[in-house]
Structure formats: C-alpha cells, structure tokens
Design a protein around this ligand. Structure first.
Ligand code: ZN
Length: 624
C-alpha cells in the first residue's frame, strides 16, 4: 500500500503521529488478534497474557512433538524472568551439520503481536511436519530456533513497555554500530546478551526478527545507506517475503537509520542474513498474510554452498572464515562440527576458506542451482600465519539520525574488511569509534618476547589509535599501546599472558562519515603465533591457489536435505546445545596488575569523548 511510502519519505513528526495513533489502537488489535486466532486456533496476545504462558506453550510443543521440538531457556531477564526458546529439528537433541535459522519476537515488550507471530510459525512448522512440504523440508534440512519473547519484563505487567527493566532499548544494545547511551556498553543487558550467546553458540545462517507496528519487510543495513554487498541476494530475500503480502520491502536506512540493532549485528559480525518484519495492525495479522511469505523466505537457508572445514592432517574441525567471490559478507564455521552454510543465489562462485595457522584454499567454478545446496569441503594444510578471525563488536561515536542523508555518509568500508591477512582492503574506522576483533578461540595472542600483535594500517593514515586486549569479549580490556600507522603491541605491557580479543579505539577526532573517515585498519596480525618474524610482511599475496586441495567438487546433490549423515557424533553433549554458555574464552589470567582499563571495562565500553545519545521520541514509538 502507498501508506508505507508516505512513512518512508515523510517527516519525523508525521511518523510519530502515525505511530502514536497505531500504538493507541492496542485494544483494537488485540481484539482482531483474538478473532484471527479463533479461525486458526493460534495463540494470541489475549491468549498469552504472560511470559509464563508462553513458556508453557513451548513446553507443550515439546511434549506434543517430542521428536522434533525441544523447549529450553535462552537466558534470564533483568527481573529474573526466563527467556523461553524452542528448537525445532529432526534429531532435536543433537547438533548436526545443518544450517541454523533464528526467529525472534518482542524485543520490544509492548509488541505482543511479534511474539504471537513467532508462536504462529512454530505451530506451522510443527503441525506441518510430514504434511506441508516446506515445513517438512525446513525441519529435515535445518535447525530452527525460536524465541517468541526476548523482553519479558517489558511485556509483563499492566503497562507493557518498549524497553527492558533497566530502561534500555534492547534493539539498540547490540554490539555493531553501537552508540554510547544505548546501555552502558554493547550487550550491557541480560536479554541482549542472551541472544548474543545463543547466536554465537549456534552460528545462524538466516534470521527473522518480528516487530510492530508497520507493514515493512526491513533488510540490512540499518546504520549505513548502502545495501549489503550481497545486494541481489538481499533484494531477492525481501521480495520473496513481501511478494506474498501487502508489505513493502525497505532497507533500514531508507526508513530511518538506527544503530546497535539485531539485523546489523547479525550481518556485520556473523554473516547472518537477518530481517526485521514489521507487523501491521491491519485486519490480516497472521497466516493469510505472512504464511506464504515465511514459507518463501526461510528456504533460502537451504540454497547456496555448504561444507565442512577441517585440518588436513588431523581431520579436526576448524574455526574458519568463508569468503565468497563476487564479494559479500563472510560467514564462519560452527566450530563444534566445522560446518558452514552460505546462502547464495543461483550462479557460479569462488569459495575460499581461511583459518588461522592454515593455508587458505579456494575452490573455483562452484555452481549453485535454484533450491539446492552445493557442498564444498575444505581440508586445510597447516601453515604459519594468524590474523583477526572475526568482528566481535564495532562502535560509532554518535547517533546517525535523519540528519544524515545517503549522500552525507560516504564511508564505503565495512568492519569485516579488517579481517584476515593484509590485502589492501581496510576498514576505515569512525574517528572516536572502536572495533573489537576476535583473534580466534583456538589461536589467542600469547605473550612472547617482543611484540605479540601488529596492527596494520592499510594506508598509513595519520589517525592515532589505542590498542587494548582481553581474554574475554566482555573484558576487562587493558591498554597495550598507542600510535599511528602500523602499531605493535606487547601483552606484557598490560600484564596479560594471553588474549583472544583485541580492541582498537580511534583516538583522533573528526567527522565519522567521510569516505576515509578514521584509522584505516587493514589487518591485525597475531605475531605471537608466527615464530620470529615480527616484521609486518605487508605483501598483498592474493594466493588464489585455486583448487589443488579440496576434493569437494560441486556435487549439487538434489533434494534439499543438506545434511550429510546426521552429526558425526564427536561431541556427546547432546541436548540443549543451543543454549547460552559461550564457554571457551580462555581462563582470564589477568593476574591483577595495575593496568589501564577502558572506561566501561568491556569490548563495547564507552569511547572517550563520544557524545551521549537519547533515541528520543521517534525510537520510543516506532517499531524496530
Ligand atoms: Zn519493535
């Protein structure tokens, strides 16, 4: 409908007024929800008045569909309420080499229809297994994790609220393009941490995040005007969902820019394509509008390229980064089994696997066909060389709001450009912004003689940086070095024996939206693992040593059920493998020395000198 176009281009005031009018219609849409539920027997806002009842519904699904449903607790809210989750898959108690899909709702506590929609999807999947072909394919070929209500404190009580019990908007508290003021630091809130930990443990390929009240299918990016580098794919995903509804596809920035949200964090740190669906309060709330959209959208997880990355000598699964050419955001293996999944449109691609301590390998001419997964495994030979594996967090110095137009935000680099070895592609940081990089769970920086890490500038830009390190992503971070250009850092200067996370703060001020805004970060080399040579070998050796390795060959085996042989046991930790426990972050041996800590103490701590923000009325009222 054209109404959404008006919103898209309308001024702030008109949108606020519209949102107010819609928000005031709560009683109306509750009634409508009840009417729709009566038709289909679905749960509704009025049916599930409390978080406990949602938990009971999920437990009921588990008992009714024991073979394919597993209810679990994702985390605990500020006020101690359980955040309830449901995993749906065959062999539901076992983690398998399947793509994982995350569907969440009601990050904002006053958006009960969003929780309803996630429950409706659960019912469609569970009811449809063995009957509905799409639901069956998804359950056979993927693992789906559903969290209907992320913000139970905001949802519960007489007056539902958008924010959590600490007054924080959880959909501004995620650690990508985070801005000071939305919580003390990224993931300051237990609810956002719960989704973070769930996501890091599961390695999601695709996601849906439900909000109200609009009629938008909203894709990334939200913090920047450019579309993701997978532009055609992202367009196709949006159209697949929206094509079955009266909804419009919108890219976040074009609606209104936001920072620190779930969509951007998912794509920017994990390569997860996560979409926000803004449910309208129009008459058709449920399946007649969204069922076909969901059924067209979720199977994207079953199309593209997938495989296992292992060590060529030991066959052990590797924590690896998968890059696709033509370009797109990288994805990462699930370290438990070494499996990766990368959604692609039909076409021919080059797939590269990169893992620390191993030679990278590329398979060319990988053909992806409609509705199918092409399997490409990699067995990587050990070889020196260890660099930043993945982006953990990224922070910006100020709120991007409607004052910034697409033509005023010119920085076309993205955080993932800082990953891997020096390659000439760099992430141009925001002045007074920060980035935190994960050097890899199995390849942390260790203290050796001399410098242990080398921060490599792509351009020798004059911005100054401060280099911090910590064992765990939540800190405490200790200052190791300051400088400009290439900067070496020694863990001993922070009294650290080992560190998995390296945080870079740009300490130069200036506009953050220029094309080469701040410090140009090409790579962080973990020189502590590469023997003697601390000499920044900035050779841009793009070793496109195509094939050679990797048996693989695109064997495009038809039928969508991606998973080759269920699980390969390996880890016997069967059930509840989805839930929380981030584990692995190498025993904090900070041995208490007096060291400089960043103000907030975490990878996402406040950046000195940044302006505080309040999201203001607009964010309080509008959906996402
Ligand atoms: Zn919302």
């Amino acid at each position: 409908m054209n109404r959404s176009v008006e919103y898209c281009h309308g001024g702030r005031a008109s949108r606020v007024a519209a949102a107010l009018a819609l928000a005031c219609a709560a009683a109306i849409f509750t009634t409508q929800a009840a009417a729709k539920t009566d038709e289909r027997g679905l749960p509704s806002c009025s049916t599930f008045a409390s978080n406990d009842e949602i938990g009971a519904a999920l437990a009921g699904y588990e008992s009714t569909y024991a073979e394919i449903a597993d209810a679990f607790t994702v985390g605990t809210s500020v006020e101690g309420r359980a955040i309830h989750g449901l995993k749906i898959s065959t062999d539901v108690d076992v983690e398998s080499e399947e793509p994982e899909i995350r569907i969440i709702g009601a990050i904002h506590g006053n958006e009960c229809l969003a929780a309803d929609m996630v429950l409706a999807i659960a019912e469609w999947l569970l009811d449809g297994y063995g009957d509905d072909p799409v639901a069956s394919d998804l359950i056979d070929g993927a693992e789906l994790v559903l969290v209907p209500l992320v913000n139970p404190d905001g949802y519960t009580g007489t007056a539902a609220t958008r924010k959590n019990a600490n007054g924080v908007d959880l959909n501004r508290n995620f650690g990508f393009a985070w801005v000071e003021g939305d919580g003390d630091e990224p993931f300051s809130e237990p609810e956002s941490r719960a989704i973070r930990d769930l996501s890091q443990a599961a390695s999601f390929t695709l996601g849906l995040t439900y909000h109200t009240i609009e009629n938008y299918v909203n894709g990334p990016w939200n913090y920047r005007p450019e579309h993701p580098r997978d532009d055609a794919l992202v367009d196709a995903m949006g159209e697949a969902y929206a094509g079955f509804s009266t909804y419009d596809v919108v890219f976040g920035w074009d609606w209104y820019p936001i920072t620190g949200d779930v969509n951007d964090w998912s794509l920017g740190t994990a390569g997860t394509f996560d979409w926000t669906i803004e449910l309208t309060s129009d008459t058709n709330l449920y399946w007649d509008v969204h069922g076909e959209g969901v059924a067209a959208f979720l199977p994207f997880a079953l199309q593209g390229v997938a495989g296992i990355v292992t060590d060529a000598e030991t066959d052990a699964p590797l924590e690896a980064r998968i890059r696709i050419a033509p370009e797109g955001e990288p994805v990462f293996t699930d370290p438990d089994l070494g499996d990766y999944h990368r959604i692609l449109l039909p076409g021919t691609y080059e797939v590269t696997a990169e893992a620390n301590g191993h030679a990278s390998a590329t398979t060319t001419s990988v053909v992806v066909e409609e509705g199918l997964v092409t399997f490409v495994d990699f067995a990587l030979a050990p070889e020196d060389g260890s660099y930043a594996l993945r982006v953990n967090r990224m922070e910006m110095p100020e709120v991007i709001d409607e004052g910034y137009s697409a033509s005023s935000y010119l920085n076309d680099t993205v955080a993932s450009d800082a990953l891997g070895e020096p390659d000439g592609a760099f992430y141009s940081m925001s002045p007074e912004g920060a980035i935190c990089l994960d050097m890899g769970p199995t390849t942390p920086v260790v203290d050796v003689a001399g410098d242990d890490v080398e921060v490599l500038s792509g351009t020798g830009s004059g911005d100054t940086i401060a280099v911090y390190a910590a064992a765990g992503e939540d800190g405490p971070f200790v200052l190791l070095a300051e400088g400009s250009g290439d900067v070496g850092a020694d863990l001993a200067d922070g009294a650290l024996a080992e560190a998995r996370f390296v945080r870079i703060e740009d300490t130069t001020s200036g506009p953050f939206n220029d094309d080469e805004a701040g410090y140009d970060l090409d790579a962080i080399e973990n020189t502590s693992l590469s023997g003697s040579d601390t000499d920044t070998d900035t050779d841009t050796d793009t070793d496109t040593d195509s094939d050679s390795d990797t048996d693989s060959d695109s064997d495009t085996d038809s039928d969508s059920d991606t998973d080759s042989d269920s699980d390969s046991d390996s880890d016997s930790d069967s059930d509840s493998d989805v839930d929380a426990d981030t584990d692995t972050d190498t025993a904090t041996e900070t041995d208490g020395a007096a060291v400089a800590m960043t103000p907030g103490g975490g990878c996402g701590c406040a950046v000195a000198g940044s302006t505080s923000s309040s999201n203001g009325l607009l964010a309080l009222l509008l959906g996402r």
